[in-house]
Design a protein around this ligand. Structure first.
Ligand code: CDP
Ligand code: CDP
Length: 208
């Protein structure tokens, strides 16, 4: 069983995906981390983010079990990830990796931008999680401040909007709600309320 969760930056899809995976006893993959890991490797080598040959090489050697979320959380890595994410050949490589993760028993919750459209088009249930850009920027700002990082609401908001625009307008696998995805707008929802709303949608879909 595969549950596909897509949505823009800081919509809460990662938190939701983790909780749903625990609840339905499925594996979980935050596919954003795969793009972040490739971007971080290019940055560390001082290479341009458009160097697709090296990017593909890093992707081929990526060990999903060893990806360290906290080491990849920096704002600049998210920005760099969105730049490498336009590379079609790199995406092919990462999509293969993500699909083989999803195919392992007992199944998985995958979250990202193109799970319902490209990675797992046959997913049992698809959710597209959104919130207004202001709500998302507020969440991301609070998250950064709570980790002791500097963050200023207006600049976080500008960065999120720019990244979403790049992610939605790229020619390969743009961020897009799949035709058969359920929309979950979490603007007015806390994490618990969003989780309950998602469980309702999923249980209904599983029963039909
Ligand atoms: O994975 P994604 O970037 O979509 O978002 P996340 O990492 O799950 O959530 C971003 C931040 O928003 C985290 O600090 C969450 O705790 C917070 N959040 C929230 O305050 N309310 C929600 N309904 C969802 C997430
Ligand atoms: O946590 P947040 O939502 O800020 O970002 P992320 O999910 O870690 O993704 C970082 C970047 O990777 C995104 O801005 C996308 O450009 C890219 N990405 C993608 O293209 N496809 C995915 N399935 C996941 C992430």
């Amino acid at each position: 069983m595969i549950i596909a969760i897509d949505g823009p930056a800081a919509s809460g899809k990662g938190t939701l995906a983790r909780r749903l995976a625990a609840y339905y006893k499925l594996n979980h993959l935050d596919t954003g981390l795969t793009y972040r890991a490739v971007a971080a490797a290019l940055l560390a080598k001082g290479l341009p983010l458009g160097d697709e040959g090296v990017a593909i090489d890093v992707a081929r050697n990526l060990d999903l079990a060893k990806m360290d979320k906290s080491a990849l959380a920096a704002h600049e890595i998210g920005e760099a990830a969105s730049r490498v994410a336009v590379l079609g050949g790199l995406r092919e490589e990462l999509v293969r990796l993500q699909q083989s993760f999803g195919n392992k028993a007992p199944g998985a919750v995958l979250d990202g931008r193109d799970i319902g459209t490209v990675v797992c088009p046959d997913a049992k249930v698809k959710l597209f999680v959104t919130a207004t850009s202001e709500a998302r920027a507020k969440r991301r700002t609070n998250e950064m401040l709570s980790k002791g990082q500097e963050a200023e609401f207006e600049s976080v908001l500008d960065d999120l909007k720019r990244r979403d625009a790049r992610d939605s307008s790229r020619s390969v696998a743009p961020m897009k709600q799949a035709d058969d995805a359920h929309l979950l707008d979490t603007t007015e929802m806390d994490i618990e309320t969003a989780f309950q709303a998602a469980v309702d949608i999923i249980d209904r879909a599983l029963a039909s």
